[in-house]
Ligand binder design. Structure first.
Ligand code: GLY
Length: 364
C-alpha cells in the first residue's frame, strides 16, 4: 500500500459485514463511503441473527472455531457501541441456545454432535426432561432431553442493520445507493465506477460483496471464488396468549436441521433452507413447507402464530467454507468475503481485522 496515509476508504457492499467495517473505520476518523443499491438488505436482512460460535460449524470446518469464538467475545462491546452511536437498541440477547433431537435417531445424532463440540472445548450442558420443561415450556412435551449451549447468543439482525445505518450517518459516512460495476487501479488512487452516480475516488477499497459476482477490474487480484447458497427463513408474528421459546432452539428433525430464534416482541424467525441454486433469490414452497413442518414438531405453537414472511438470502460460501479477510494482489484492494453461515456473528471480527490492516498501512 506504500507509505501514503489512508484517508479515504470505499466500502463496496452494505450488508452487515460492509457496514460493520465502515462503522469501525469511520469510528477511527477515516473518510468512508459505502456503496450498495439496497444497504442492509440481502442476506443480512433474511438472516435470523443467531450468534452461534459452535453449532454452525460442520465437520471439516473446525478451523473456523477460533474465529467464531473471537467474534463472539467482541459482540457485547460491538452491540453496545452500535447501540450508542445510533441511539437505538439492537436486541442483543445472551440467552444461550437449546439443542434438541426430535426423534430417537435425531437425539442420538445430536448426542454425537455434542461429543464433538465438547472435544473442541465448547461448553455444553445436558438438560433432563424437567429442566427442559422448566427452561423452555413451549416446546413439545415429547422431547425428553436436550442440551444447553450457553455460549450461543442472538441479535435482531434487522434492528442491527438499521442501527448500523443510523450510526454510519451519525459518523458522517456517505451511503450511496448504487451498484459499483468497476474498480480502476490508478497510480494515485482507486476509481470506483458506479452505474448511476458516476465515479467515486478513494485510497483503499474494501470488497464486502457477499454472494454477488466479482466486479470488473478485480478479476486478476486473487479474490477467492464465492458461490451463493440460498437460505430461506420464515417470520411468524406474535399472537396473544401463545407462548414462544425463551431463547434460540436448534433442532434436528428427521435428520434435517432447523432453528427458531425468538424476538422480544413475541415473534420468531425459523430457519433455514440450504439450497445450491445459483443466484435465484426465490422461496420455493417446498422449502417453506419443510421448515414449518420441522419447526412445529419441536414447537407446536407454530400452528397458532401469524405467518408474516418468507425471506430469501444468498449466503456467500468459499470453496472451503472459510471466510477471506485480507488484502488482495494490489494491496489497496481489501476483501472481506465468504462469511457463509456466520456473517452476523463474524461482522465485528471482520471489521476489527480490516481496521488493523488499514491502520498498519497508514503507519507504513
Ligand atoms: N447462520 C444461519 C444460517 O446460515 O442459516
Amino acid at each position: 500500500m506504500g507509505s501514503t496515509r489512508v484517508e479515504s476508504v470505499g466500502v463496496v457492499g452494505g450488508g452487515v459485514i460492509g457496514m460493520s467495517i465502515a462503522f469501525e473505520l469511520a469510528s477511527e476518523g477515516i473518510d468512508v463511503v459505502v456503496i450498495d443499491p439496497a444497504p442492509g438488505h440481502g442476506a443480512s436482512w433474511a438472516a435470523a441473527g443467531m450468534l452461534a460460535p459452535a453449532s454452525e460449524v460442520a465437520p471439516g470446518e473446525e478451523r473456523l472455531l477460533q474465529d467464531l469464538a473471537d467474534a463472539a467475545a467482541l459482540w457485547p462491546s460491538f452491540a453496545a457501541r452500535v447501540g450508542e452511536a445510533s441511539g437505538s437498541v439492537v436486541e442483543y440477547r445472551q440467552t444461550g441456545s437449546v439443542l434438541v433431537g426430535a426423534t430417537p435417531s435425531d437425539a442420538r445424532d445430536v448426542t454425537r454432535t455434542v461429543k464433538s463440540l465438547r472435544s473442541a472445548g465448547i461448553v455444553v450442558e445436558q438438560l433432563d426432561g424437567d429442566e427442559l420443561a422448566e427452561r423452555e415450556p413451549s416446546l413439545a412435551a415429547s422431547l425428553r432431553s436436550a442440551w444447553l449451549l450457553p455460549g450461543d447468543h442472538s441479535v435482531d439482525n434487522r434492528r442491527l442493520v438499521a442501527a448500523l445505518l443510523e450510526a454510519l450517518k451519525a459518523l458522517g459516512v456517505r451511503i450511496i445507493e448504487d451498484r459499483c460495476s468497476r474498480v480502476d487501479l490508478e497510480p494515485r488512487g482507486l476509481r470506483l465506477g458506479l452505474e448511476r452516480v458516476g465515479d467515486v475516488r478513494c485510497d483503499v477499497c474494501v470488497l464486502a460483496t457477499g454472494a454477488t459476482s466479482p466486479i470488473a477490474g478485480t478479476e486478476a487480484l486473487g479474490l477467492p471464488v464465492v458461490r451463493p447458497v440460498r437460505g430461506v427463513t420464515l417470520r411468524l408474528g406474535a399472537v396473544e396468549g401463545i407462548a414462544i421459546p425463551k431463547g434460540p432452539i436448534r433442532a434436528l428433525v428427521n435428520s434435517a436441521a432447523c432453528y427458531l430464534v425468538p424476538r422480544e416482541d413475541g415473534s420468531i424467525v425459523i430457519g433455514a433452507t440450504s439450497e445450491e441454486q445459483g443466484h435465484r433469490a426465490i422461496a420455493l414452497a417446498g422449502g417453506v413447507h419443510r421448515l414449518l413442518d420441522a419447526a412445529r414438531l419441536v414447537f407446536p405453537g407454530v400452528d397458532e402464530l401469524s405467518f408474516d414472511e418468507a425471506s430469501v438470502g444468498l449466503r456467500p460460501a468459499t470453496t472451503d467454507h472459510l471466510p477471506f479477510v485480507g488484502a488482495l494482489r494490489d494491496e489497496r484492494v481489501i476483501a472481506a468475503v465468504g462469511h457463509y453461515r456466520n456473517g452476523v456473528l463474524l461482522a465485528p471480527l471482520a471489521a476489527a481485522t480490516i481496521a488493523t490492516i488499514v491502520r498498519r498501512a497508514s503507519c507504513a
